[in-house]
Design a protein around this ligand. Sequence first.
Ligand code: ATP
Ligand code: MG
Length: 256
Amino acid sequence: MARIFAVANQKGGVGKTTTTVNLSAALAAHGQRVLLVDLDPQGNATMGSGVDKRSLATSVYHLLVGLNTLPEVRARSEAGSYDVLPSNRDLAGAEVEMVDLENRENRLRDALHAVDDEYDFVLVDCPPSLSMLTLNGLCAAHGVIIPMQCEYYALEGLSDLVNTIKQVHAKLNRDLKIIGLLRVMFDPRSTLSQQVSAQLESHFGDKVFKAVIPRNVRLAEAPSHGLPGVVFDKAAKGSQAYLAFAAEMIERIKSI
Ligand code: ATP
Ligand code: MG
C-alpha cells in the first residue's frame, strides 16, 4: 500500500517544492517506487522533475475534474526515476470548477486508489494557500510533512496550519497526522536559526525530523537544469541532507 504524504505550508517560498522534488528523487535513489503529485498551478515541481509544463496534453487538472484517468495523465521524471502527475496553470481553473463537483475535497484521494499498489510513496506538493487544492492534498494523505525556515515569523504561521490539519482530521480524514517538521534553508551560523530550531524541538519533540536541510545554492540551481538537486549534484551538502531525510522517512513509516 502506498503511503501518501502532503508537503504543505501555506507560507510561500518556504521550500515545499524543493522538498517534494528532492525527497522524491532521494526515495527513488533508495529503491522506493515514488509518485509525485504537483498540486500547484505554478507547476514548479513539474519543471523541477524535468517534465515540461508548457507541453502537457493533460495535467492533474484533467484528473481532478474527471476528464482523464490517472494513467492518462501520468508522466515520468527520467532524471529523478519517479512518476509525476504534472501541473500547469490549467489547474488554477480547477478551484472554481470543483465547487460544483460531488465529493470535491476527495477527488485526489479517489483518483489515487487506482494506483495504490504501484507505489511505496506518493508525495503531494501543495500550493502556498489553504485552498481547495491543498484540502484535496490533505484529504488524500496519511500525513503532512511541513517544511519550515527557522525564522521569527515561522512559528506564527505554523499555528494556522496546525489548526487546519486538526480540523481536516476531525471532519474529513481521520488518518491525517503531522508526520514531521522539516527544517530547511538552515543556516547553522545564525543565532536566530539556532534559537527557533531549539524552540521547535522543545515544542514538537520527536515530530521534528532529525535531518536538517542547509541553505545550499546547488539545490536552487538544479531546477533550471530540469533536474532534482540530488541528481544534479549528489555530493552537495543539500543533496546529502535530502538523502538522509529520505532514509529517515523510510524508517519513520515503519512505526506509523
Ligand atoms: P511556493 O510557496 O511558491 O510554492 P515553495 O514553498 O515551494 O514556494 P521553493 O520553491 O521550494 O518553495 O523554494 C523557494 C526558493 O528557495 C526557490 O528559489 C528555491 O530554489 C530556494 N530554495 C529552497 N530550498 C533551498 C535550500 N535548501 N537552499 C537554497 N535555496 C533553496
Ligand atoms: Mg512550491
